[in-house]
Design a binder for this molecule. Sequence first.
Ligand SMILES: [Zn+2]
Ligand SMILES: [Zn+2]
Length: 766
Amino acid sequence: MVTRKLGGTKTRKTEGRAITIVVFGVVQGVGFRPFVYRLARELGLKGWVKNAGTGVEIRLEAHDPEDFERFLRALKSRKPILSRIERVSSAPAPFRDIADFKIRKTKHGGSFVFISPDISVCKDCLKEIHTPGERRFQYAFTNCTNCGPRYTIVRALPYDRKSTTMAGFPMCPDCAREYGDPLDRRYHAQPIACPACGPRLSLFIAKTGKRIPGGIPEAAALIKKGRILAIKGIGGFHLVCDPKNERAVRRLRRIKDREKKPLALMAADIGTVERYAFISPAERRLLLSPERPIVLLAKKKDLPGIAPGLDEMGFMLPYSPLHELLLRNIDLIVATSSNQKDAPLMKTEEEGVRSLCDFVLTHDRPIEMRSDDSVVKSAGGKPLFVRRARGYVPYPQPVPPELRAGAVIAALGGELKDTISLYKDGYVITSQFLGDLDDYRNFQYFEETLAHLGRLFGAKPDVLVTDLHPNFHTTHYAEKTGLKHLKVQHHYAHVLAPLLEHGVPPGRKVLGVALDGYGYGADGKAWGGEFLIVDHDSFLRIAHFDEVPLPGGDLASREPWRMALSYLRQAFGKNIPLAGSLEKIDKRRVQAVLEMMERGIKSPPSSSCGRLFDAVSFPCGTAPFEMEYEAEAAMQLEAAATVMTRAAYPFAFLDETGPFRISFVPTIREIIEDTKLRTPVGLMASKFHNTLVRAILAVAERAKRDYGTETVSLAGGCFLNKRLLLGTERLLGRNGFTVLRTEAYSPNDESLSLGQIAFALARLRR
Ligand SMILES: [Zn+2]
Ligand SMILES: [Zn+2]
């Protein structure tokens, strides 16, 4: 009992009080219990802390209830860097007059424990690896409870050392002491290691497999000499070379069979990045964040061959101790994922990494789960994900209470840029980017990941959700399991993803704008420029881009000139003006493609927005004859759109019964006029972007008039185009609309699985 002054006049003895606090979120395996222990001792509180089920349970005893408040405030403001608090609940408990504060042993058995993503090396560990005399001086596998690999090394639950890929490294006495000391930064850090007991590096010649002496400094010297190295990191191997050595870059491109696809760079520090790119405050925060993504930045000084034809380059800062040490020897490297075209990145030497390089710098800590580097841009101060993987997966996504269900749901996404989302107990975990499942190696990666997520979250799906497309591998996979199987239209799932992320409750009607390359429509046609009135239960297609033929089917999405011809034919009929870049195409090929469309052979109609971009990019002179990577022509058109103007091209609404069509025939006609007048490409590209933005606003105004929708959900890969996205957000915002988009997920097909979960939850609720 203590005596305390209250109000300055009276003195009163207070009874002891006790509360139980339950913290739910990413709180296990991230140093949360030792943090609570230190905090309670600092505040003079008694009680205990333990891992319990899905979170951490804390019992506190005090004589002044104010102390509980103080504790709760500090709990939220000072929580460990890797933790994420989703929910805190507290309830009175019987007072037992406990004498001290303890960390209680955990009996595992939580059915759903959140695992942290792989997080970049923390500043305490950094200091150690750079301080001579420290036990871990220059040790490439240094980590602690605040940093290091997690998602990529866990094999199963419960999350402890023996169920990670560190199982084969018994702790030395020094590490064991740190591991067992609640006041140590490495208390219960499962991947704890040191040079005496942990993983080791080795360097060898790729061709012969012969080991050579040396490690990081020798690897750096080889890079400087123009050699190509494969370096094993956190989620897989990088292919590395000197970006200032054009010969080395060209060779790397030949090896990867990629002539133009942008290559990512890793820079020693922000100062180095600043020499080559402009960095806004929001971009700086992203670069320095513990997730350490690749950030796409506006070029300041170009490095030839890194991102040809584009106005941005991708930079990341070192995220593992190995990278930190390497980048002390060389200020800038190309660090691109080690994969053969369209295959997943490699995680073991056996997968063929030696055939891609001259030397291999590897180590003996196995990678359980591959994970690419995440790629992000900053748009309007908020992240815009191009690819979400390492550093972000598997952060949980809470689901609004009205949508929660008892079932376990696995959403398998689509086919290109696939991800898997798993729903359990009110949360969704979305997997890392898995690539295009049409390649059998990526499909194996898909199966690996589905099994991995199931093990990690103790989840056996009761329900599977896929795209409507009858021939996607994911659809076939779901059919074969015999489980309950729901299908969702592609663009409907797209626009549901932002609603789930932002916690929009069911029942609210929203205008969904889904602009992408291709999705299987409810009528079996190729959709891609879609305006849908949606809630969680259903959608109504109110408008779409007017359809044009895709001459040659899939070929039309690789060869932009085909789309240009298709739009020109629609705009000009038989008198197609073949000027400018169109002149350069072989006349016979032009004739063949026109005939194909005339006779309706291999020319399915499509309302794709991606293909409209291709069609416009070609006469503007920003599209290649054949695209090497997806959206290449659109990205070049975006990069060209540098002129600040409010001018736009005309478009038309074609009204009829059912959904109305947005025709770009007037747009195309004027673009051709502009090319004849030798209008600068920058102006044409800017005007085209403005045209789309205005078309979106015009549909939003109609939807508001007819359906009362004031919120607009933007989704689909076309919204990776910053000029289109920001222009749309600004114009809709100025006109009173609330605009939603994904901020923690990519707007492209990576977020399909998230939207599929939203649909399935609503369906199960009914
Ligand atoms: Zn650390
Ligand atoms: Zn050790």
